[in-house]
Design a protein. Structure first.
Length: 379
């Protein structure tokens, strides 16, 4: 990540050739507090970053401060050989030393406009550098807690600024220019590739490289999408269950309607039923003359006939099939009795309604119709 530290210019003077020279303390050890958004942790309000002496005064860190370009304000990108002429107004020397908790670097400003800005009050220097942030929390040897450690500090340039964000204190993220702490690459192609550390996120099966913040946003959106899909699936399941219940209810109603239709007799069926009822009543009275049939079902008539002819003991605790069989036997016997049986004569000779016989036939017909109507009411 890229950072800036601000310090006050000290010991400035003009040389005979007009160049301005000065001493600069461009980095220090200790803990600095930064906004979480500045260091790629938007979920944290502030982040305490520890810069140990072992990193600040490491050989590679000190060497990186030598012969660095001096700029008038921070450039919007790393200073490289490709843009050095565009941004550089001077250069640091190679006499890098440690001074207490600071790195001390002499520098020279060779651009007249920048020199005049310094003499007019633009009195702070801000080091722009790259480093790695290790987000491993811990405690310093002096007992101070921190959230992350700066490692592999590499100076890129030293900028002349009017007012560093933290005044004379060394601090990450000078707000004067858009340098900030954007994660730029430290290679020689800052315009072509500006992301230093990327994460690979799979979106719809396609791997995509994004920043930490982009990965967080994509992860949040993917979670919301998954939750929405679950809710939709649950709603669809409930909808299908409701449709199935409705279909079952409709099927039950259709079955009830079909059953009711089956109970309704057509005119032809009704005529057949009336004729069958009349035949049964005539047969019953031919077997047992005084048997009562009014209001009885067909099965009850057959049972009454068997009881009338054979006694109640013949039907006691007997199944309907047994009673029907006994009735059929009595009917066969009645047929065999020939002329002595009125029913047999009717069956043999056919109906010849004359006199009282005609009246009796009509009465029997009307009685059978009334009995059938009584049966229909029961049904």
């Amino acid at each position: 990540m890229n950072f800036t530290d601000a310090v006050t210019v000290a010991g400035t003077r003009r040389r005979d050739d007009g160049y301005l020279v000065a001493d600069a303390r461009i980095a220090r050890t200790g803990i600095q507090t930064y906004l979480g958004s500045e260091v790629g942790k938007p979920d944290m309000s502030t982040v305490k970053v520890y810069r140990p002496g072992s990193e600040v005064f490491a050989d590679d860190t000190l060497k990186s401060a030598a012969h660095r370009p001096v700029t008038n304000d921070h450039p919007p990108e790393l200073v490289t050989s490709e843009n050095w002429k565009k941004y550089s107004v001077g250069q640091t020397s190679d006499e890098i030393t440690g001074e207490g908790i600071f790195i001390r670097v002499p520098l020279m400003v060779s651009d007249e406009a920048a020199i005049k800005d310094i003499e007019a009050g633009k009195q702070e220097l801000s080091a722009g550098y790259t480093c790695d942030l290790d987000f491993t929390a811990g405690v310093t040897p002096t007992g101070e807690a921190y959230d992350a450690i700066q490692k592999n500090i590499r100076i890129n340039h030293v900028a002349v600024v009017r007012a560093g964000r933290a005044g004379s204190k060394v601090r990450i993220g000078d707000g004067v220019a858009p340098w900030g702490i954007a994660p730029l690459t430290s290679d020689q192609k800052p315009h072509e590739e500006k992301i230093m550390t990327l994460k690979t996120v799979t979106v719809d099966g396609i791997p995509v490289e994004v920043t930490d913040q982009g990965a967080t946003v994509i992860g949040t959106l993917q979670t919301r999408l998954a939750d929405a899909n679950i809710k939709f699936a649950d709603a669809e399941k409930a909808h299908q269950a409701a449709l199935a219940a409705k279909d079952a209810d409709l099927a039950k109603k259709d079955a009830e309607i079909d059953a009711m239709k089956a109970k309704v007799l057509s005119d032809a069926d009704l005529d057949k039923r009336v004729q069958a009822r009349a035949d049964l009543i005539a047969l019953a009275t031919s077997i047992a003359k005084d048997v009562k049939t009014t209001g009885l079902s067909d099965a009850a008539i057959r049972k009454a006939v068997v009881a009338a002819k054979l006694g109640d003991a013949a039907i006691a605790d007997k199944a309907e099939a047994y009673i029907d069989a006994r009735f059929d036997i009595l009917a066969e016997d009645a047929k065999k009795s020939g002329g002595s049986d009125p029913f047999a004569r009717v069956v043999s000779d056919g109906l010849k309604p004359t006199g009282d016989a005609h009246t009796q036939a009509n009465d029997a017909w009307n009685k059978s119709v009334n009995d059938l109507n009584a049966w229909r009411k029961e049904a």
